[in-house]
Design a protein around this ligand. Structure first.
Ligand code: ZN
Length: 143
């Protein structure tokens, strides 16, 4: 089974901002551009390996008694692939925001999201306060 726990990207050196450094200056944009690109690359490789894995398994349908468990595994992998695709789309959108100088600011209140939060969640479009609020509202609607 391919590794499916790639909803976070961790292979990077945390950015050390100099004192008084401007938020989202070129160096910071480069930093996040690099993270997003590397993460996207990793996810795309994973999507590829999932496809290969599915193709291998599909040619192995000799024993009907294995079918049920294989089908279950298939649908699990397809869901993973779907999740990865959505994530890749979000990464692309984040990269576009960098080019449009929109990256790193909260969509809802316009405040700086912050380097550390963006490193933990490079696709974040909301500050932690707005995100928390949105999640509470979502739960209230859902219940
Ligand atoms: Zn906000």
């Amino acid at each position: 089974m391919p590794n499916t726990s790639n909803t976070q990207f961790t292979h990077f050196v945390p950015y050390e901002a100099a004192k008084g450094e401007e938020y989202m200056n070129d160096a910071q944009k480069d930093h996040f551009r690099h993270i997003l690109l590397a993460w996207k690359q990793e996810l795309m490789e994973e999507v590829d390996s999932t496809i290969h894995h599915l193709q291998e398994e599909a040619s192995n349908f000799a024993d009907p008694s294995d079918r049920a468990s294989q089908e279950e595994e298939f649908s699990l992998e397809l869901r993973t692939r779907d999740r990865e695709r959505k994530l890749i789309k979000k990464i692309r959108e984040a990269m576009e925001r960098i080019e449009e100088d929109d990256y790193g600011y909260c969509d809802t209140c316009g405040i700086e999201i912050g380097i550390r939060r963006l490193e933990a969640r490079p696709t974040a479009t909301m500050c932690i306060d707005c995100k928390t609020l949105a999640e509470i509202k979502e739960k209230q609607v859902g219940s």
